[in-house]
Design a protein around this ligand. Structure first.
Ligand SMILES: NC(=O)c1ccc[n+]([C@@H]2O[C@H](COP(=O)([O-])OP(=O)(O)OC[C@H]3O[C@@H](n4cnc5c(N)ncnc54)[C@H](OP(=O)(O)O)[C@@H]3O)[C@@H](O)[C@H]2O)c1
Length: 381
């Protein structure tokens, strides 16, 4: 029989199928309802302003099996995040109130909401419900953007870079192998990951220097796998089906969720430097209605604070060694994603413009991408 952690993991995996920009500035939340050791309903918060995960899950339970509602006292509810309660400006009803009405036998929560810090769990407990807070890594990692944005009023910043094995980010022109045409350092599998990341973040940050050197488009040129996978699979056969009774997943139009959120998967662009330095033919101008924010200032902390005021909760950097060095020295980076190609460039531009102490970071994941190695480091808490 599955245990608490298994069910919380299932709820977190569901929530992870939603790109953060769809719920932003709200958190991503998943919920599963369990009876007799099997999941009988599940739901996610699909988009900002839409029903919350708990409401969607109870609605699914009701719609799929109205006769069983008499057995409600038998239910266990697993939620990735502490349920919400009323506060000013809130668009949806309180999930804590919903749970108080439903009175399940047990509620297990995988992460606390920094806005409530466990208060709502106490309320549920006082009403006689068996409530467990079981800190869960997958649940916590769902909402790194939200956590920083809410607690520090700053966007979560990820520094991304492709480099050679000997730490170079730009190949020396004379060292190109004969017949070599690609301007890229990393391979197509690494670049696929970068497109997936662009779909997740509110904005990418670049500089006029990098635009002039590379003329990047900085958009998302893939159908993000979470959505694509589900659309292709059609029946959405989950890998852990032993944990579930059979029922259709996402009956409430999950696939349309994306369309109702940000219009495309393309992030907004933040450029450091002067707009007049960039020719109108640059590719970043080629996508109509795309938001581009220009900052001709050196105060990075102030720039990030202004970005947060514009509702940008997460930034992926796409810049060269000079700005990279500055961001890291000023401790403005929360996460580093390095794509390392198995090549020695010898001469070329080094990844960092200066010697940098990275001991505040620890390895979070590593993956081989058909030759390249993808390394993710997180700032230690
Ligand atoms: N491998 C990769 O992943 C990757 C990714 C992106 C770019 N690149 C490469 O990196 C190269 C460009 O690197 P780069 O180091 O010359 O440029 P950069 O790091 O992209 O940009 C540096 C410029 O940003 C401006 N800036 C604005 N605010 C700043 C601040 N607070 N601190 C520092 N700089 C600030 C400055 O311009 P002003 O001096 O004009 O004020 C500075 O020269 C390109 O060749 C590009 O191909 C590689």
């Amino acid at each position: 029989m599955s245990n608490n952690a298994d069910f919380l993991d299932s709820a977190a995996e569901l929530a992870a199928t939603i790109d953060p920009h769809l719920t932003s500035p709200n958190p991503r939340v998943g919920c599963v309802i369990v009876r007799n050791g099997k999941i009988i309903a599940e739901g996610v918060h699909e988009k900002f302003g839409g029903a919350h995960a708990e409401a969607n899950t109870f609605r699914m339970l009701q719609d799929s099996n109205p006769r069983n509602l008499g057995f409600e006292s038998n239910l266990e509810v697993y939620i990735t995040l502490e349920p919400c309660d009323h506060f000013e400006g809130k668009k949806t009803p309180s999930c804590t109130d919903l749970l108080l009405r439903q009175k399940p036998k047990k509620i297990v929560v995988g992460a606390l909401d920094p806005q409530f810090q466990g208060k709502n769990l106490e309320r549920l407990q006082k009403a006689g419900i068996n409530v467990e807070f079981q800190k869960n890594k997958k649940c916590e990692e769902l909402n790194s953007f939200f956590e920083k944005y809410i607690t520090q009023k700053l966007p979560y910043v990820t520094f991304k870079m492709a480099q050679s094995l000997d730490g170079k980010v730009v190949r020396d022109q004379d060292s190109y192998p004969q017949g070599y045409e690609s301007k890229y350092i990393s391979n197509e599998f690494s670049r696929q990951k970068v497109h997936e990341m662009r779909a997740q973040y509110s904005a990418v940050l670049t500089t006029t220097k990098t635009i002039l050197a590379d003329d990047p488009l900085l958009n998302c040129r893939i159908n993000p796998p979470s959505l694509a996978k589900r659309e292709l699979e059609g029946d959405l056969n989950p890998p852990d089906s032993h944990k579930r009774e059979s029922f259709p997943l996402f009956p409430f139009g999950f696939a349309q969720g994306r369309q109702r959120g940000r219009k495309t998967s393309d992030p907004q662009i933040i450029v450091l430097g002067k707009k007049e330095d960039i020719p109108p033919s640059a590719k970043i101008f080629s996508i109509p209605h795309r938001k581009i924010h220009w900052f001709d200032s050196r105060d990075l902390r102030e720039i990030f604070s202004q970005c947060a005021e514009k509702g940008i909760d997460s930034i992926l950097t796409e810049c060269g060694p000079t700005l990279a060095g500055e961001l890291l020295t000023q401790q403005l980076v929360d996460q580093m994603d390095l794509f390392v190609a198995p090549e020695i460039f010898g001469r070329g531009m080094a990844s960092f413009s200066r010697s940098i102490d990275l001991s505040d970071f620890s390895l979070n994941r590593q993956e081989h991408l058909e030759g390249d190695v993808w390394l993710r480091f997180l700032r230690k808490k």
